[in-house]
Every structure is written in structure tokens, then in C-alpha cells.
Design a protein around this ligand. Sequence first.
Ligand SMILES: C[S@@+](CC[C@H](N)C(=O)[O-])C[C@H]1O[C@@H](n2cnc3c(N)ncnc32)[C@H](O)[C@@H]1O
Length: 277
Amino acid sequence: MQSQASVAEIRPENYRFLQEHVYSQVGIVLEEDKHYLFECRLAPIVRQLGLNTIDDLCTFLKGNCQTEVGRQVVEAMTTNETYFFRDPAQYEAIRSVLLPRLMEERQQTKKLRFWSAAASTGQEAYSLAMLLIAQGLSDWDVRILGTDFSSQVLERARSGKYQQIEVNRGLPASLLVKHFRQSGTEWQLSEPVRRMVSFETIDLRNSMHGLGPFDLVFCRNVMIYFDAGTKKSILEELHRTMFGGAWLLLGGVETAFGVDEWFERQTVQNATVYVAR
Ligand SMILES: C[S@@+](CC[C@H](N)C(=O)[O-])C[C@H]1O[C@@H](n2cnc3c(N)ncnc32)[C@H](O)[C@@H]1O
């Protein structure tokens, strides 16, 4: 029987090495108390490589950080949780406040641009697409960009295929019936919704030159993993990609402090929005 990778075998210097590896590759800060995470997420990689312990994996990685295994380790340590219409108050504010305003302001160009930064497996971008379709924007030029560091999650996002458990989370039954068809054990999202969204691999810590301008940016449930300096420089870059008056939406537990220069925090109905100055 193959031996299990045991957390007991992560030496302190290897724990630090893994923290530094993940931080340098993706900017995520993993605290001292994440041993259990390392254990359950790295054990499959350890076994796949025919190694015995996470310490062995570290020894292998030390000379091979920039390899596929190095990337697999980072992807394994990244939280990809997402679901349809997460934080419904934000979607309601978009539907009832932002969209009517944009539809008036963009009457001439009939062009709208949205960005789901840290899109994970695509539920956020596709929720917005379904919401926009319901607003009857069929003669408008509407595009949603979904980006993420991880090409693995984006591959799934592009496929538009979801498991039963995923469509059970947050997606109203009416939208499931309208936009998906069952295909074996999965649900396939319809072409009209998929066509509105394109996905690209982008590390949020890199320059965002050439992106935008956007009318709305989702950057939700990713900032919590960054340190204050990284957060601030990402918010500054995001601001550069946005029209004045565009909305930035963060995750429920995230806040943007010290960015008054770029954003004004407002409460719109039950949602907190950061309006680009
Ligand atoms: C918890 S998910 C959030 C998904 C979605 N925004 C939501 O709120 O439901 C966080 C995502 O951030 C991505 N991520 C982490 N660090 C990143 C970085 N430096 N650049 C781009 N994406 C990153 C991860 O790959 C992951 O898919």
C-alpha cells in the first residue's frame, strides 16, 4: 500500500519554503496555521509523483520551482470556491440601479464592458451574462471578460459544463431550465450565454495595461488572500481599467481601505459598491 503524505513530516524550513513559493507565484499569504491545508491539498501531488511525504515534494520542488509541479502546488493551495449569483444583493443592485443608468448613458454606442477578475470556474461571469440577457440587451454589444491566475479553472469555465451540485448552488430553477441542458451527469450552458463571455489567464499582480475601460468590475473573494501592499497596488491598477462612475464589487468580507483617492464607497440598496472616481 502507498504511504500517505503526513503533515508531521513537513519540516519548519519546508513549511516556510511552501509559504514563500505560493506567495512568490500568486501573491497568496498562507499563515502559520495552514498545516491541514497543505496536508490535504498536497497529498495527491505527493502520491502522483510516487513520493512519500510533503518533505520529499519540497526537496523535489527546490530545484524545480518553475515547473508544472511548481504550478500544480500553487493551484492546489488556491481556493477556487465560487457559485452562481453569489452575494445576490450585488446582482440586484446591478439589475435595478447600474444597468438602467448604463442603458441611458450608453444609448449612442450601445456598448457595455464587464470584467470578472478572479473568475474561477466562471459562475460569476455567467451569472452576470444571464442577468444581462434577462434585461433584453440583444441589440447591444455586450462583453464580459473572465480572468484568473489558474488556467485549470478557466478551462472548466470555458467548457460551460457544471455538475448537479454546482447548479444547485445559487442558480434559480427558472434559469437552469432556460439556459442549461442536461448532458449525462453534467449541465451544459447554452451558446448564447457562453458567447457573451471570454476567458483569459491574468495574474492580478501584473500590469493591467490594455484592459478596459470597464463599466463594472467584480474582484470578489480574492483580495482576502493578499497582503496590504499587494491589495493596494491591485486596487490602483483596477481603477485604471474603469470608466469614471464604474462600479467595483468586492467580496462580502472584503473592504478597500486607503483607496479614497480612486474609489468612493457607497451603499446601493443592500450592496456595498466602490464607485471609480
Ligand atoms: C475564491 S475564488 C473567487 C471566485 C469568484 N470571484 C467568487 O467570488 O465567487 C478566488 C480565485 O482567485 C484566483 N486568484 C488567486 N490569486 C490570483 C492572482 N494573483 N491573480 C488572479 N487570480 C488569482 C484563484 O485562482 C481563484 O480562482
